[in-house]
Each structure stands twice: as structure tokens, then as C-alpha cells.
Design a protein around this ligand. Sequence first.
Ligand code: FAD
Length: 344
Amino acid sequence: MMLHSRHFLNRLATSTIHSRCFAGTLVLAEQVDNGKLAPVTLNTLTAASQLKQDVDCVIFGSEKTNETANELQKFNNLNIKRIFVAENAAFKNLLSESVTPALLDLQKKNNYTHILGGSSTFTKSILPRLAALLDVQPISDITKVIDKDQFMRLIYAGNAILKLKSNDPIKILTVRGTAFEAAKPATGSGEVKVEKLDSSVKNDLSEFVTRQVQQSERPELPSARIIFSGGRALKSKENFKLLYDLADLFPGQATVGASRAAVDAGYCPNDLQIGQTGKIVAPELYIAIGISGAIQHIAGMKDSKVIVAINKDGDAPIFSIADYGLTGDLFKILPELTEKLKKK
Ligand code: FAD
């Protein structure tokens, strides 16, 4: 059954792709709720610029796509030639079944050699679908661009680095945001052409039902500068308040993360999980509290600029990657730390 449908997709794609040869990159730019660019798009632009060829960007959304395009225009130092905007109420929830056909059309018209998106829930559901339609192998979570065909990515929970070469004519790549600096806007002025895409949507495959979003004043994990991350040692949901109290001393800058053990035990929601099967973060300061430092956890936070570990076991593996370590009982250390920080 799987083979059958793949064969069908291949036929569909090969029968429609134009053969015009063009070396260019397309960046799938991501819009967040208020019309702003998702931070990971800036990291993706940096990765795209390292391919050293012309870049087009495309934005899908249900409103304010022009505002997002205006933001993107500030990066005209990065070889961005055109920005396509596709606005339709049906793009509100960016269902991959709605977005992918439009992306495929754009590819057919422009024959890009590289299509990039930041590693996010949105992109990870769209780009593999596009790759299947184009009959190429998607390459996920790249951490380095070596040249137009070769890339690096982490494997075995970040314990080994894979250098891979792709012979596919179209490379479909997701970019690990923490591995690339965020693009900086140009200092001078410059114009990038903004073009409207035909944004009709034909999607009878899926329908948006509902989304549950945790409302929080704290920043999202990937964009937080400081993360107080708690492990199994916190022992309860109530005790996680110790971490929220600390984070709230740095409004707009700090948030709370967790190990999988803490999430599985129900001490906090699973969107706080950091690691191989959770979020990948690289804040300026990561404070691991009562977390042993299993490789699957380290895979998600080892690129943090400064790592502090608080653990009562002086031999805990987390200390081997920590810049600063405090050996002791978190239930004594955290209240003291909170008091001292409050005085500051
Ligand atoms: P533990 O390993 O139990 O460590 C608790 C630590 O707290 C210990 O070091 C202990 O010394 C310390 N401690 C206890 N009491 C105190 C105290 N009072 N004061 C100070 N320190 C104290 N894990 C993730 O985190 N993220 C992932 O994405 C992830 N993905 C996984 C994927 C797979 C396929 C598998 C198999 C596992 C994955 N795991 C992941 C689980 C991972 O292997 C570990 O089990 C988990 O990270 C352990 O969480 P922990 O450090 O909170 O708990």
C-alpha cells in the first residue's frame, strides 16, 4: 500500500516538473501569530545565504503576510531577490495539505535547487510531503552547510556528526535553528520585489479541528535567553513552582524547561520537554536542576552558551558538560537563590 501510493506520487511529480535549469534557493519563511517572522526563519536565512546563490522567500498566512514580507525585506543583504506572499483564510493553521500544493506549484515554476525551512512543527509537516511529491530525500535538522551538496547533521542523539552528500537534483532541507546565527538586517536600504501568489486552496484531505495553546507571559523555549530546567528530582507539579518563581524574576527573558522524566511524571506539560524527543534549545544560560544528564536530554541543550548544573550527586553526568556546578539539595539551594536574586 505504501509502495503503491509512493509510486503514484512519483508519477505525479515527474510528470509536472519543468526541466528548466536554475540554481536558486527557496526559503519557507514562517509567520507567527501577530504577523512577525518566526525567529527560526532568521537562522534559516543564514543557512540559505551560505549556499551562495539567489534566494527567494515564501510566506503563507491568513493575514498580515505583507507585514511579514516587510520584515523580510530588511534582509536584502542576503541575496534575497523575491518574496512571495500567499494569503488565504485557509492558511490560518498552515495545514500541510493546504500549503504543499502551492509550494509544489512554486517549485514547478522556478525549479529551485534548494528548498529550506527552519526545524519547526510547521515545516516538519510540510517539507517531507513536498519531498515525497518531488521524489527526493528530505534532509532534516542540518547543523552546517559545507557546500551546495554536502551538509552536516547530528545523529545518535547528538553523539555523532554525520556528513552527508546528496545527489538529488533538489535538496529539501530543514535547518536546526540553534546551529546557525540569526541573520542580521541590512544597514542600508534596498528593495526586494514582493509578489502575490495565487493562493487558491484545494484541500479535501484534512480539516483543522482545534488547537490547545498554553498561554504564558514567559518567552517560548527556543527564544528564551535563560532556561530554568527541572528534572525528576523536583518530585511534584507543586514543586515546579520553584522554577516558575525563578523564571519570573527575569520577565520576558527566562522560562522553564524540563526533562522527559519530569514530563512523564506529570510535573509539567510536555511542551516543556527538552531533548532528543523534545525541543532543541541554545539559550545564553541553561540551569539544569535535579537533572542527571542523560544523552537524550543533553542532545537538546548542549549548545547552550553557559550551563549550570544543580544536583546532589557530584558524579551526575550533567556535571561533565556544565560550566558551573553546584552539588547539593535543590530544595535548599533554590529558595536561597530566589531570595538572593530578589534582593538584586
Ligand atoms: P533522573 O535520571 O532520574 O535524574 C534525576 C537527578 O536528580 C539525579 O541525577 C539525582 O542525583 C538528582 N537529584 C535527586 N534529588 C535531588 C535533590 N533533592 N537535589 C538535587 N538533585 C537531586 N529525556 C529528556 O530529558 N529529553 C528527551 O527528549 C528524551 N528523549 C528520550 C528518547 C528516548 C528514545 C529514550 C529512550 C529516552 C529519552 N529520554 C529523554 C529519557 C532519558 O533517557 C532520561 O531518562 C531522562 O532524561 C532522565 O530525566 P531526569 O534527569 O530528570 O531524571
